[in-house]
Ligand binder design. Structure first.
Ligand code: LMR
Length: 327
């Protein structure tokens, strides 16, 4: 098949799961939680599907299910092991119940920017971490997909960390994120991505932290006072599949599939900075407010949150932390 994966086509594939694949083609389901058309994960997932569907036509047919329409955060890893889905790209902050090692990607202010994070993923340590999940029978890490740096938003302006005292923040299921929020004198509440907008709107939580692309495509700016350009943390994904799926392919097909996965990963990481910059502009155009910090104000955030590193030296490993910080 050749799918033109426009938004309309995506909505279509999400509701009519197998209608677009030809008979004889093996259906490969790719489930993820983000939405819109400009989000780096949406673009990368669609680009992967288009390439496989064109270059492996007649053999494989990738169907992309965005927006948690097939599985949300809490079920997707289990679904991959059960064979209900074959491809995922969860945030590295969502593996806490399997491994503490990905906590390194969550440490506040460890990466200056995405280029720094990409450099780390290319080091020996970074490559070693790519296969951490392979130790849990059934998972295979295919590549790191960068998403962006993260920014805090809340129902009041956050200029210095003490502005966050007493507020409740939605976090991903990451122990590092929880400790980081506690260090600000605020309370963390872990919650699935699909529930965040509603929780901000109804006041179940006061704030959240995310990339420009997530804040824009999920319209969080509509239900928050403003977003503060803290740049405090990375958001990146593990593009992954299952060994059951990979082993079911012939050697040639597996090689072709892996080659496309590598090429799409590299291309996605080259395009992510531009997507983030564009979605920052999109927030402003849509009426969202962004607080830009002075170097002194930003330094207060660094001083408040960086001590959290100490608490994770044993579980992540000092060598890994040093390799990331110095990459
Ligand atoms: C979140 O839960 O905030 C993000 O991990 C969502 C995503 O996949 O970008």
């Amino acid at each position: 098949i050749s799918l033109a994966l426009t938004t309309a086509a995506l909505a279509f594939t999400a509701t009519t799961a197998s209608a677009s694949c030809d008979s004889g083609e093996r259906v490969v389901k790719f489930s993820h939680v983000t939405g819109g058309t400009t989000h780096p994960k949406v673009v990368a997932a669609n680009s992967f599907a288009e390439r496989v569907n064109k270059e492996m036509d007649g053999k494989l047919c990738v169907e992309v299910y965005p927006n948690s329409t097939l599985f949300g955060d809490s079920k997707e890893l289990e679904a991959l092991l059960l064979g209900d889905v074959q491809l995922l790209a969860p945030s590295l902050s969502k593996f806490g119940s399997y491994t503490a090692k990905y906590g390194v990607f969550d440490l506040p202010f460890i990466f200056k920017d995405m280029d720094h994070a990409i450099r780390f993923t290319q080091t020996e340590k970074g490559q070693e971490l790519l296969t951490v999940m392979d130790e849990y029978a059934g998972f295979v890490g295919l590549g790191y997909w960068m998403s962006g740096m993260k920014y805090f938003s809340a129902n009041k302006p956050l200029i210095v960390p003490s502005d966050a005292k007493g507020l409740k923040f939605r976090v991903q299921t990451s122990d590092v994120a929880k400790q980081m929020i506690s260090a600000m004198g605020a309370s963390p509440q872990a919650m699935s991505f699909s529930e965040v907008y509603g929780a901000l709107q109804t006041g179940v939580v006061d704030g959240q932290e995310n990339t420009w692309s997530n804040i824009y495509t999920k319209k969080f700016y509509e239900v928050q006072d403003s977003v503060t350009e803290t740049n405090h943390q990375l958001l990146a994904y593990l593009f992954m599949t299952s060994s059951e799926f990979l082993n079911s392919l012939s050697d040639d097909d597996r090689e072709q599939f892996m080659r496309i996965a590598n090429e799409v990963t590299q291309e996605a990481n080259l395009n992510v900075k531009a997507a983030e910059a564009a979605n920052r502009e999109n927030i402003l155009k849509a009426g969202g407010k962004i607080n830009v910090l002075t170097p002194e104000q930003r330094n207060e955030w660094v001083e408040t949150m960086k001590p959290v590193w100490k608490q994770f030296e044993d579980s992540i490993g000092t060598e890994t932390i040093e390799a990331a910080a110095g990459a």
